[in-house]
Design a protein around this ligand. Structure first.
Ligand code: SF4
Length: 379
């Protein structure tokens, strides 16, 4: 039997002591902390803190999980513990870490926070699918152990966002943008060829289901990131072979996605199975959810797509969409509109060439600006 993945259940509102116990349970299924840590190791925790949002939104990794892992590491004698993130394009990492509650964890425990948008090093990808060289945050390459702490998520840009995709938060913004202008799925596989976390633990205490919170009360962990993501996907009713980067990663030998070759320990997938709402494809989902909106798709990256989803959802909640029969929105760098387009809202800096029309800047654009625009009314 190839890879081992552990699934543990948590209670509805677990405290730190319980989460530590659950983390230890996972690690023990995998061989114990001593298998992964050595005296003097420098350990980087990579939570998902992509956006400026509080723990109640479940958009970022639960700070309780980050705290539990830091305390476990300290109990094992690890002195140099870093918590690093490079938030979504255009988002200030410090603000995201602060809002997520993770900055407080660092303050309380003495772990060192790193904004990974800073210095980077370009590394070569062996047998690349898409990118022969990738710029990686320099600090990532200076540690001995990476512990990946992604959120259990369904999103617009890909069917699931779990461990493999969470590693995009080790890239400077310039590289994240390049990922979205190319084949994102292949680029994620290439990234996972050069960065190999020692351990991945998915935070499914409260999942993020298409940008809303949903209690799922579980953690999933393992050393084979492809196997962990495959099990995480199956728990929320997503077939791993429908997630392009997972399928490609398995095909290219990065890890195991075949259920017959993954040994699941702790709970079974059946015991914790909880389907989460998924986007059939990003704009089909928008069309179904917001029939009063027509999207002109120019291949926007996930920063703008996610922001647009939030902007539309909040606009609807405030009744701002009611007055539009067909609200036209252009998004992404490849939009081409000539004489038409006076009634279109152009979103994001890559459409700056339309700045004389209805244009909302930002990379990604700011969703509050979008709502202000709707409040004023499009003429
Ligand atoms: S403006 Fe939006 S679509 Fe364009 S690069 Fe920035 S985040 Fe991506």
């Amino acid at each position: 039997m190839g890879s081992v993945v552990a699934i543990v259940k948590t209670s509805s509102n677990p405290d730190i002591a319980e989460i530590r116990e659950k983390v230890r349970e996972i690690v023990n299924y995998l061989g114990g902390w001593e298998k992964f840590l050595h005296t003097g190791d420098r350990v980087l925790l990579k939570p998902n803190a992509g956006v400026v949002a509080g723990p109640e939104t479940a958009r970022n990794t639960d700070p309780r999980l980050v705290r539990a892992v830091v305390l476990e590491l300290q109990q094992c004698g690890i002195k140099e513990i870093f918590i690093g993130e490079s938030s979504v394009v255009g988002v200030n990492t410090r603000e995201a870490l602060n809002a997520s509650g993770i900055e407080q964890v660092a303050r309380d425990t003495g772990a060192v926070l790193l904004d990974l948008k800073g210095e980077y090093i370009e590394v070569t990808v062996q047998k690349p699918l898409q990118l022969s060289r990738i710029k990686i945050a320099k600090r990532t390459l200076e540690v001995d152990v990476i512990i990946n702490l992604p959120k259990l998520k369904t999103i617009c840009a890909t069917p699931v966002s779990l461990g493999m995709k969470n590693l995009k938060g080790l890239l400077p913004d310039i590289e994240k943008k390049r990922f979205h202008y190319t084949d994102l799925n292949k680029a994620i596989v290439d990234l996972n060829k050069v960065i190999k976390p020692t351990l991945t633990i998915i935070d499914g205490i409260i999942a993020s289901e298409m940008y809303s919170s949903r209690e799922t009360n579980l953690l999933v962990g393992g050393t084979d990131i492809v196997a962990v993501d495959s099990v995480g996907a199956r728990i929320i009713d997503v077939k791993p072979d429908k997630v392009d980067y997972l399928r490609l990663a398995a095909e290219h030998g990065l890890g195991e996605s075949n259920p017959a070759k993954i040994q699941v320990k702790g709970c079974s997938i059946k015991e914790v199975f909880q389907p989460l709402t998924q986007a059939p494809d990003r704009y089909t989902a928008f069309a179904n959810m917001f029939p009063e909106v027509r999207i002109i798709d120019g291949g926007a990256c996930s920063g703008c797509v996610s922001t647009l989803y939030l902007a539309l959802k909040n606009s609807r909640d405030r009744g701002l969409l009611k007055k539009y029969q067909e609200l036209k929105i252009a998004i992404g760098p490849r939009v081409e509109l000539n004489s038409e387009g006076n009634d279109v809202i152009f979103l994001g800096n890559c459409l700056k060439r339309y700045k004389d029309r209805h244009f909302i800047p930002g990379c990604p654009f700011i969703f509050l600006d979008f709502m202000t625009y709707l409040e004023k009314g499009i003429k």
